[in-house]
Ligand binder design. Structure first.
Ligand SMILES: O=C1CCCN[C@@H]1CCCn1cnc2cc(F)c(Cl)cc2c1=O
Ligand SMILES: [Mg+2]
Length: 482
């Protein structure tokens, strides 16, 4: 029947798997780690894409499409940093009955696909900057526990690859777009930060990130990423141009991505024991109108009022629908649309009809309010804005409650045991991070750096690293992660 069999605070993993299926976002597929993305989730991806694509077009970034398949020679070109990734590369070895002469890799990311052509196209400084993006899928044959949206063997993303004549900083503008996707659309708080040397993209100079946090599991999760590649890849792929002084120079590059993981983070942060809770800005149905007929009361009048209400809201740009199915009770419909996380429900019964009003019910906190039909549009718009804001505020409060500032190792271990996101002063030495990982190994996974926040709290003179006792150089967030 309706309703979830698992509670979010008791069986988070099972709750999550059930809620994405019952909310009709995901259908499980007969290949492990692969999932069907149903329209209820695809519309969220499209809403984010519409925003992000328009924003990168303002930055004169152009979309393109490179092949899915990578020839092995070119994939090995990056051998230094991909040796760790080799086990997750998927290969095509046959067509029909016959083996391929040479196996072909399926892109796990597109540096090796794109950069040989960057090298060909970029000859002189007038060919720069070259700023391309592609919306596509990538395949990484992961073995650790597959989770819909969060960790799958195929996922959708955008990957941006930019090349400049001069040293360009990692793209702060892109990182800000990622923050906006999380905080303004998905109502999920994130922290902008820099990855440690150990956690960064090995092929680049440094990696910046927006880090989210899942209070229920006490794990950080990388929300999106932007890398400053320096000249590392232009050296490897000979992306060389003649500069304005006629000298040979190597291009400076950035690359950046966000993925369908964004949708999973939103579900984990906002969902509850009645199902999904969608932020209005990404909800494909923001208002569901349910007729509540009563015995011989004016059923047609109620239906007409519902139809008129939907039309009025749609004309005002609000995504409203009516559930007019006559084979389900109002109560069944309430549970169904709560499971799907529709932000607002409008009920119209005989009493509402008589008073020329509607009853609006918020999905996030269950609050009910009677609205006169005369001021319906403005009141509904206010309610939707209120829901969007309060989802973000509530999520930020829950996330902030998980942040623990520590100064010593004992405090660190205690906070880790309490599944916290730990802010600690650190000597910024890679060996020390490796040591923390070794010392916190366990079946829940080791602690690692999540990011060093771009907004650094001040470090009082004499502050020592929580792990090594050496002079602290920067604050960093630590914790377990996905
Ligand atoms: O994160 C981004 C932004 C968009 C473009 N790419 C970079 C780096 C991707 C790292 N990475 C991540 N995963 C990988 C998996 C693989 F199997 C292989 Cl061969 C390589 C990689 C790999 O380089
Ligand atoms: Mg990976």
């Amino acid at each position: 029947g309706l309703g979830l069999s698992y509670k979010k605070d008791e069986n988070f993993g099972e709750w999550y798997s059930e809620v994405v299926v019952n909310g009709e976002m995901i259908e499980y597929y007969d290949i492990s780690g692969c999932y069907i993305i149903r329209p209820w989730a695809m519309s969220i991806w499209e809403t984010m894409q519409k925003f992000f694509d328009a924003e990168i077009k303002k930055m004169k970034i152009q979309n393109c499409y490179f092949p899915l398949f990578v020839s092995p020679t070119v994939l090995q070109k990056e051998k230094d940093h991909i040796e760790g990734f080799a086990p997750e590369v998927a290969w095509v070895t046959k067509s029909g009955e016959s083996d391929l002469e040479v196996p072909i890799a399926i892109r796990p990311t597109s540096e090796t696909v794109m950069y040989p052509y960057y090298s060909k196209w970029i000859r002189g400084h007038r060919d720069l900057p070259l700023k391309l993006n592609q919306w596509c899928n990538v395949v990484r044959w992961e073995f650790s526990n597959p989770t819909p949206f969060i960790r799958s063997r195929e996922f959708l993303w955008q990957e941006g690859h930019t090349a400049f004549a001069t040293k360009s900083e990692a793209d702060d503008e892109i990182l800000e777009l990622y923050r906006r996707i999380y905080e303004e659309f998905l109502a999920v708080p994130v922290i902008k930060g820099k990855k440690s040397e150990l956690e960064k993209f090995a092929g680049g100079l440094y990696t910046t990130t927006v880090e989210a946090f899942i209070p229920n599991t006490g794990r950080g999760i990388q929300g999106a990423t932007s890398h400053c590649l320096g000249q590392n890849f232009s050296k490897m792929f000979e992306i060389i141009f003649e500069n304005e002084k006629g000298e040979k120079a190597m291009a400076w590059q950035n690359s950046w991505a966000y993925t369908t993981r964004t949708i999973g983070v939103m579900v984990m942060v906002h969902g509850d024991d009645k199902g999904l809770v969608l932020p209005p800005r990404v909800a494909s149905v923001q208002v569901i109108v349910v007729p509540v007929p009563y015995k011989d009361a004016d059923t047609q009048g109620i239906f007409d009022a519902c139809t008129a209400t939907v039309e009025t809201l749609c004309e005002a740009g609000i995504c409203a629908n009516m559930d007019s199915r006559d084979n389900y009770s109002p109560g069944w419909k309430y549970s169904h649309w709560e499971m799907k996380g529709v932000p607002l429900r409008i009920e119209i019964g005989p009493k509402d009809l008589a008073k020329n009003q509607v009853r609006a019910v918020r999905r996030d906190n269950g609050a009910k309010v009677d609205l006169p039909r005369s001021s319906l549009v403005e009141r509904i718009k206010e309610l939707l804005d209120e829901i969007q804001e309060s989802l973000f505020v509530a999520a930020k409060q829950r996330r902030d409650a998980c942040i623990q500032i520590v100064k010593t190792w004992d405090e660190f271990v205690e906070a880790l045991g309490q599944r916290k996101m730990i802010l600690a002063p650190w000597c910024d030495e890679e060996e020390v991070e490796k040591d923390v990982k070794a010392r916190t190994k366990g079946e829940m996974g080791a602690a690692k750096t999540l990011c060093s926040p771009l907004e650094q709290p001040e470090i009082p003179e004499g502050t020592l690293c929580f792990a090594s006792g050496k002079p602290a150089k920067r604050w960093s967030y630590w914790g377990r992660s996905y």
